[in-house]
Design a protein around this ligand. Structure first.
Ligand SMILES: C[S@@+](CC[C@H](N)C(=O)[O-])C[C@H]1O[C@@H](n2cnc3c(N)ncnc32)[C@H](O)[C@@H]1O
Length: 216
């Protein structure tokens, strides 16, 4: 666990020091994946569970031809997202919208997103959220669009590293029913229910994955 020595105490609140620390570690590796996947021409990209907005505001300047739509289940962090956007002069980041993955009536009417991405939600959310996420992606993505889900996951019922198992134990010891690592297989099954397929499983630093889902 030497690489976790500077880790603040576990706190899943989107504006916590812990979530900011995780975001600073993962944003460059995720950006490198997005550079190889996002379209070269104009279009709109939707972030699910944007939290503080640190990722979308970090990525947006690298893709000036794309428009980025932040979202989250409540408006609690929207002022923070807008402040980052304005401080950084990100003209291609839209005002955040409420989008709750468990509430289809909050999903945007208009689809046509070239890509969607969601970072670090599953370890602090019930696995059932996968169903809403895949239904939402199936409804909103263009035919050639993709959903990128980033985070730590189990694979076929196993922890891929001792540090992931330790992270899972730490989450479980907090006593919150839904906290803990979920299995890639659960997301794959949910995707298949909604006409999507797990197209790529990319190893990322610190024992995380980028999972890319596309239409079957
Ligand atoms: C640990 S934070 C991660 C935030 C951000 N993606 C990041 O990596 O910094 C988890 C986020 O998931 C959001 N979330 C939880 N349940 C959700 C749901 N049902 N629909 C949409 N967002 C949800 C929370 O509001 C929170 O912003």
């Amino acid at each position: 666990m030497t690489d976790y020595q500077d880790r603040p105490p576990l706190d899943p609140h989107p504006l916590s020091d812990y979530v900011a620390w995780a975001g600073r570690r993962n944003r460059d590796p995720i950006l490198e994946v997005l550079k190889t996947k996002l379209p070269q021409d104009a279009g709109e990209v939707l972030e699910l569970a944007s939290g503080s907005g640190m990722h979308i505001n970090y990525f947006a300047p690298h893709f000036p031809h794309l428009t980025f739509q932040p979202s989250d289940r409540s408006g609690e962090t929207f002022e923070h997202i807008r402040r980052l956007r304005d401080e950084q002069g990100n003209a291609n980041v839209l005002d955040p919208i409420v989008l709750d993955l468990t509430q289809p009536d909050t999903w945007p009417e208009k689809g046509g997103y070239r890509a969607m991405f969601c970072i670090n939600i599953f370890q602090v959310a019930p696995v059932s959220i996968a169903d809403g996420m895949m239904a939402c992606a199936a409804r909103l993505l263009t035919d050639d669009g993709f959903l990128l889900v980033y985070g730590p996951f189990m694979v076929d019922g196993r922890f891929t590293t001792p540090s992931n198992e330790e992270f899972h134990r730490m989450l479980r010891s907090a006593g919150v029913e839904e906290w803990g690592l979920k299995d890639v297989a659960d997301l794959r099954r949910a995707a298949e229910t909604h006409g999507l397929t797990l197209a790529e499983q990319i190893d990322m630093p610190a024992n995380n994955f980028s999972l890319i889902f596309r239409r079957t």
